[in-house]
Design a protein around this ligand. Structure first.
Ligand SMILES: C=C(O[C@@H]1C=C(C(=O)O)C=C[C@H]1O)C(=O)O
Length: 162
């Protein structure tokens, strides 16, 4: 059973582009702004074409493109780290299933919450982001533990051992 991520990659959305000069927002002046009417979220495509068409923002576009290289590097690293984390938690899931332990360990989770809150504050990260991250990975790890336990400790039940 693999996750259905089609809805994330291709969200159904009705988008119209507006280029009118009436808005006070600078993005309305320099770039076509598309609005997703399902969420009311506005979107601007910031690329070389935008820089060519609007030379006054070329420097800003260049700075954003440079920062996006860093963002892409970080995203790649995070995915690699997540792969290693899920491989480790799935091994824990096998050991728990074999020994008859439950998927969850709330005492361990309390320790993780306290630790990650402290690290986030020290690092200058909003602790809510740390908690959203923790909640996401731990919830997914426990779901995999349960699937492994339901399969009698067989990790082959996971499409990917992670
Ligand atoms: C991985 C474990 O199982 C669960 C998942 C956790 C996690 O993803 O870090 C932490 C505690 C448990 O609820 C574990 O007990 O160490």
């Amino acid at each position: 059973m693999s996750a259905d991520i089609s809805g994330w990659r291709k969200p159904v959305r009705t988008i119209t582009e507006s280029n009118d000069q009436t808005g006070a927002d600078v993005t309305d002046d320099v770039e076509a702004v598309a609005t997703n009417h399902d969420t009311d979220e506005r979107s601007s495509t910031i690329d070389s074409a935008a820089a060519r068409e609007h030379p006054e923002v070329a420097e800003t576009v260049a700075k954003i493109k440079s920062l996006r290289k860093t963002i892409d590097n970080i995203d790649g690293a995070v995915i690699h780290l997540l792969a290693e984390r899920f491989k480790a938690t799935s091994q824990v899931g096998v050991l728990k299933a074999e020994a008859g332990f439950a998927p969850a360990d709330y005492k361990r989770e309390d320790y993780q919450i306290e630790r990650l809150q402290r690290i986030a504050k020290d690092a200058g990260l909003d602790p809510n982001i740390a908690e959203m991250y923790r909640e996401f990975v731990v919830t997914e790890a426990k779901k995999r533990h349960k699937r492994i336990a339901d399969a009698g400790g067989d990790p082959g039940v996971l499409d990917v051992f992670a």
